[in-house]
Design a protein around this ligand. Structure first.
Ligand SMILES: *Cc1c(COP(=O)(O)O)cnc(C)c1O
Length: 339
């Protein structure tokens, strides 16, 4: 069988595979309180090589590949003020010798001095991105066209990457990651039953589902919703993006029963801390020496622990927690963790 990825434009940004290891001390800690605990593994996509790492790097390999194919010289993307995606895009553009413009919307209802100067924002500046910061009343469509026109009028060729890098090109990065996970599991004779991760713009989850379908694997994919209260709309978007990704990849369709988004761990809003997130971050740090982030992976870990305690994930499972990165965000939320 020919590799379906070999014909797709790609630009290498990190050294695959990322590490995968067992979390024996976390399992023991959960077992002590809960009586039972499934086998727990962690896939370290926080360790993709680029400027702090994270899941967007995998998507950017295909997005930058496409931008280069189209002879673009300026990458434009958008996100929240503390966007991990924006930071990784600035780094990827730098590595590919392209300019970057980051449109950052100051929309998260979180007050804290560090939020508006530290964390990802600090790194964006160091990485040489041009920042366009907009208030919460800005019309995203209008801002996008204004920025694109500006770049063109200055003689540049822009390439627009959507929020989170989540279109069917970006999702290819996670379709490929699904194969990487299956290969690593097979080499170690692990029968992974479930992959669990934080879901927001959905490229990670859609990509994983498409990639697993391409390998005829029925490993369950559980997305912890850290993004919005309208889960119904989110599910529809997930179905749509997964379908577009399977089409691009030429893999089989994904059955309706495979789209799992779990509620209950978002809290008040995207980017707003929850007590469960803070507890999960401390628990993992102190059990395994691994740092999560306050916006995504911390809430996803709260979801994993919560689902185990509620019996929604049984003791016979083997769960792979996908660490999607975001650690620089801890510094933006320093007030939550300061002694
Ligand atoms: C963007 C992001 C996610 C969510 O991934 P999506 O593909 O947007 O759903 C999860 N974790 C971290 C750290 C992220 O930056």
């Amino acid at each position: 069988m020919t590799d379906p990825f070999s014909r797709l434009p790609h630009f290498t940004l990190f050294d695959a595979p990322t590490p995968l290891h067992e979390m024996t001390r976390l399992r023991a800690a959960i077992k002590e309180q809960n009586g039972t605990c499934p086998q727990l593994f962690i896939k370290r996509d926080d360790m993709t090589d680029l400027a702090g790492g994270g899941n967007k790097t995998r998507k950017l390999e295909y997005l930058i590949g496409d931008a280069r194919k189209q002879n673009a010289d300026t990458i434009v993307t958008a996100g929240a003020l503390q966007s991990n995606h924006a930071r990784q895009t600035a780094a990827a553009a730098a590595k590919a010798g392209l300019s970057s413009v980051l449109i950052l919307f100051d929309t998260v209802p979180y007050e804290g001095a560090a939020y508006r100067r530290s964390g990802n924002l600090l790194l964006d500046n160091i990485l040489g991105a041009r920042l366009v910061i907009e208030g919460k009343d800005a019309d995203p469509g209008e801002v996008f066209s204004r920025v694109m026109e500006e770049i063109i009028s200055e003689g540049g060729t822009p390439y627009l990457i959507p929020v989170g890098g989540s279109n069917s090109i970006g999702a290819l990065g996670y379709a490929r990651a699904a194969g990487e996970i299956l290969d690593q599991a097979a080499a170690r004779k692990l029968d992974v039953t479930r992959i669990l991760h934080a879901s927001s713009s959905l490229g990670t989850q859609a990509g994983l589902l498409a990639g697993l379908a391409a390998r005829a694997s029925d490993v369950q994919v559980t997305g912890i919703n850290v993004y919005r209260h309208d889960t119904q709309q989110m599910r529809e978007d997930l179905v749509d993006l997964t379908e577009k990704t399977t089409e691009r990849l030429g893999s089989r369709r994904v059955g309706a029963e495979r789209f799992e988004l779990v509620d209950g761990y978002l809290g008040e809003a995207y980017g707003v801390p929850t007590p469960e997130m803070k507890a999960a971050i401390s628990t993992l740090a102190q059990a395994e020496g691994i740092l999560l982030d306050p916006v995504y992976s911390g809430k996803a870990m709260a979801g994993l622990i919560g689902m185990i305690f509620r019996g929604e994930i049984g003791p016979d499972e083997t769960v792979l927690f996908l660490h999607t990165g975001g650690m620089p965000g801890l510094f933006a939320y320093e007030g939550e963790f300061a002694a």
